[in-house]
Design a protein around this ligand. Structure first.
Ligand code: FPP
Length: 263
């Protein structure tokens, strides 16, 4: 039986106990949030003797199909690691191309977001983005803000260590002058994380055969299931997403309890 974390927007985590579910059922396991480390664009391009940005463009194309698949699986949130706080150290031309790709992808996907009532959101420190990218991001957020069925979250200039430092500073500022600050609960503190508006990821997928989290949702993944595939991100299709979900749906989540306690 799965124990799910069920945290509503900016709310406090609670646990519920949905009934056992067969893996064939698309909504089995009750996952609400899947997060993906989209890796392998560069190698995908290299195998085709193309520049890295060609791989990123193909990677951007793959997003649409995965968004549809996520909705089909009744997810509420899909978070994609698009640009990490460490990615600034890539060659300048690649960084610039990624920032441009962000703008062109937003422009291209805008109609789709509106038609399918998809809310657009972000995590990460947007203050470092070039103005053109920031404007595009803020505009899409604004025009999709009222949708509440499904949210696509892009991690942009995001890194868990940066996030925890920003959250700590914001927490300290908010509580300055209070005499009795004891250890805060995780629920209190996590309201200052970028992810406060959504539940922790049920499943984290990483493509391209790399087996690490790379500073992605390190606090939020405490009880996430992890799924790794050798498939490069540009080749990650709906069928690959289904495979990951079926794998997830067959798992038992114990949250520190014994298997016996969950029966
Ligand atoms: C990792 O592949 C991918 C990224 C750092 C960028 C992810 C970007 C996209 C999927 C395109 C959409 C982008 C935006 C900004 C909307 P890699 O370059 O590290 O691949 P490699 O490990 O094979 O070199």
């Amino acid at each position: 039986m799965n124990l799910k974390s069920d945290k509503s927007q900016g709310g406090v985590a609670s646990q519920s106990c949905p009934p056992p579910t067969p893996s064939a059922d698309l909504s089995a396991g009750g996952a609400q949030h899947v997060a993906i480390i989209m890796d392998g664009n560069g190698r995908w391009a290299k195998e085709r003797s193309k520049p890295r940005i060609f791989g990123h463009r193909q990677g951007a194309n793959a997003i649409n199909e995965v968004m549809k698949a996520a909705q089909k699986h009744n997810l509420k949130y899909l978070t994609l690691y698009a640009f990490s706080s460490e990615n600034w150290s890539r060659p300048k031309a690649e960084v610039e191309a990624l920032m441009k790709l962000l703008v062109s992808s937003i422009n291209r996907y805008e109609k789709n977001f509106l038609k399918n009532k998809i809310r657009f959101s972000t995590i990460g420190d947007l203050s470092a983005l070039p103005k053109e990218s920031l404007d595009a991001v803020e505009r899409l957020k604004k025009i999709t803000a009222a949708f509440d069925e499904f949210t696509l979250v892009l991690a942009l200039n995001y890194g868990s260590r940066d996030e925890i430092l920003r959250a700590s500073a914001a927490f300290a500022k908010a509580n300055a002058g209070q005499k009795n600050i004891n250890k805060p609960s995780w629920e209190e503190f996590s309201k200052y994380l970028d992810t406060a508006f959504m539940p922790d990821p049920d499943l984290i997928i990483r493509t391209s055969g790399e087996l690490r989290l790379s500073n992605f949702l390190m606090m939020q993944s405490a009880y996430s299931e992890l799924y790794f595939t050798d498939v490069y991100w540009p080749d990650f299709t709906e069928a690959e997403f289904d495979k990951a979900m079926n794998d997830y749906n067959g798992r038992e989540r114990r949250y520190g309890k014994t298997g016996e306690q969950l029966k």
